[in-house]
Design a protein around this ligand. Structure first.
Ligand code: APR
Length: 277
């Protein structure tokens, strides 16, 4: 990476440098850090994009503030808002994007150290990334429990409640919620249990996140100095661009992924995988 170029000026040209680095075989432990922006192309709105983001489209739920829909104390007060949103976001209705397939390509080649995701849509699993290579930092829809006695709840029964938009209750009387991490709840143990792996990363790729929610937002800073960090996002976020080896590719992640995948010679294979999903 040309140190003389001020970080903010890094351009598409630098994707070539990242492709060369990957092709050289120097990257054996690639870490991805992703957010809702990688699933917008799948039809799932992100949270904070003006107009299209979820937080500007929840007005009909009469929330005190948009994030309340994922707030555990508000959920206890009125679970209907979350159940209405769960109906829209329930897994199985959406297909992974080429960005999800791109991450799977690293897993298939034994190059994926971890995919840290903030997303709850489980499209990383649907794309074929092995579960043990994914850290669901904010939980996911994969499981459901009572928020009082923590008892696991029957999946089918919850799906019926989500379909009808009526909150599900545990036999103990507690509310049932999918294993998504709400504001006010601790992150899943797998998040803190995986942080030490970041020291082994030899390339970090951050895509589709505003990096506005901690502690996830601090992950890119945990990458060792000297390890290249590639941002693929519609806007510059966090402090990526502040280091000599940072590359900021500003645009739609599927476009950046296509450009990088073509330079790696992976694009045709990716199209074949995507068609088979
Ligand atoms: N390509 C690239 N970037 C995109 C695309 C796209 N197609 N679509 C949106 N983006 C960018 C937006 O510009 C924004 O910077 O992705 C980012 C999405 O940011 P958020 O909507 O804040 O989503 P995220 O960062 O995942 O939110 C983090 O907030 O509400 C909580 O728990 C929730 O996990 C979520 C967390």
């Amino acid at each position: 990476f040309d140190p003389s170029i001020p970080p903010a000026k890094l351009s598409r040209r630098d994707l070539r440098a990242v492709a060369e680095l990957i092709k050289s075989g120097a990257c054996k432990n690639v870490v991805f850090m992703v957010g809702a922006g990688i699933s917008t192309a799948a039809g799932i709105p992100d949270f904070r994009s003006p107009e299209t983001g979820l937080y500007s489209n929840l007005a009909r739920l009469e929330l005190p503030r948009p994030e309340a829909v994922f707030d555990i104390s508000y959920f206890r007060e009125d679970p209907r808002a979350f159940y209405a949103l769960a109906q829209e976001l329930w897994p199985g209705k959406f297909k992974p994007t080429m960005t999800h397939v791109f991450m799977r390509m690293f897993a298939d080649r034994g190059l994926l150290l971890r995919c840290f995701t903030q997303n709850i849509d489980t499209l990383e699993l649907a794309a074929g990334i092995p579960r043990d290579k994914i850290v669901f930092a904010h939980g996911s829809f994969a499981g459901q429990h009572c928020i009082d006695c923590m008892e696991e709840f029957d999946r089918k029964t919850l799906e019926e409640h989500v379909r009808s938009g009526t909150p599900a209750f545990c036999a103990c009387g507690g509310l049932v919620k999918p294993d998504i991490t709400f504001f006010g709840e601790a992150l899943p143990p797998e998040f803190h249990g995986s942080l030490h792996l970041l020291e082994e990363a030899d390339l970090a790729i951050v895509m589709g996140s505003s990096l506005s929610v901690y502690p996830f937002a601090a992950l890119p800073q945990r990458i060792e100095e000297g390890v290249p960090r590639l941002l693929m996002n519609m806007e510059k976020v966090g402090e990526i661009g502040s280091r000599r080896d940072d590359v900021a590719w500003i645009g739609e992640c599927d476009d950046g992924v296509r450009e990088l995948a073509e330079q790696l010679g992976w694009w045709e294979e990716m199209e074949g995988i995507w068609k088979g999903l």
